[in-house]
Design a protein around this ligand. Sequence first.
Ligand SMILES: CC(C)(COP(=O)(O)OP(=O)(O)OC[C@H]1O[C@@H](n2cnc3c(N)ncnc32)[C@H](O)[C@@H]1OP(=O)(O)O)[C@@H](O)C(=O)NCCC(=O)NCCS
Length: 189
Amino acid sequence: MTADVRLVTQRLVLRRFRSGDAGALAAYRSDPAVARYQSWDVPVTLEAAAELTEVFAGGNLTRPGRFQYAVERLSDSVLVGDVGVSLHHNRMQAEIGFTLASDCQGRGYATEAVGQVLEHLFTTRNLRWISAQCDARNTSSLRLLRRLGFVEEGRQRTRIWVNCEWTDHLLLRLLAANWRPSEAPCCDI
Ligand SMILES: CC(C)(COP(=O)(O)OP(=O)(O)OC[C@H]1O[C@@H](n2cnc3c(N)ncnc32)[C@H](O)[C@@H]1OP(=O)(O)O)[C@@H](O)C(=O)NCCC(=O)NCCS
């Protein structure tokens, strides 16, 4: 039995994935622009997305390991993206990742969704720090992380071989003591 999961922001709800999300997940993860700095290959078939959705749907938020939030827009119930949290075995630190459908970018949704997950992890769950990893060329992701208060703590030079070139890999971290929640009204349900 999986417990209910629901974080609400002004425009979004972050909830557990369900089987009906497979089509939307396959669509936005198959977009080459969305997958460019990510770990998967495109296209993501409906079958692969259905398997992924099933794994995500069975995740346990409080156990060490990965939990993937589905990010749904409140106004029309469209799945706009996802936010992943990998909880360390010590339950005091985690790594975060995020993806938004291309046509939903540039509106502040990722800042709102990731910000609410950080608020939950720091304030409700008392985690001490959250890390993120990023291809140094992924400027949208870096802007998002810096906007939320993440600080670059390391650069692994020429770490990843992508499209015939070596790229740098950045390690960023946000300490609980430096977390400043936004003014946006939001709540855990
Ligand atoms: C990383 C990613 C989630 C960032 O998405 P994003 O749309 O840039 O981020 P937000 O949703 O927070 O939107 C912020 C932008 O919207 C603008 N914006 C427009 N209207 C806004 C509003 N009402 N409120 C807040 N921001 C708004 C902001 O000015 C900002 O623009 P800027 O980055 O040019 O300064 C997205 O690029 C993505 O999914 N990329 C592919 C997957 C990926 O690479 N993930 C990261 C792996 S490390």
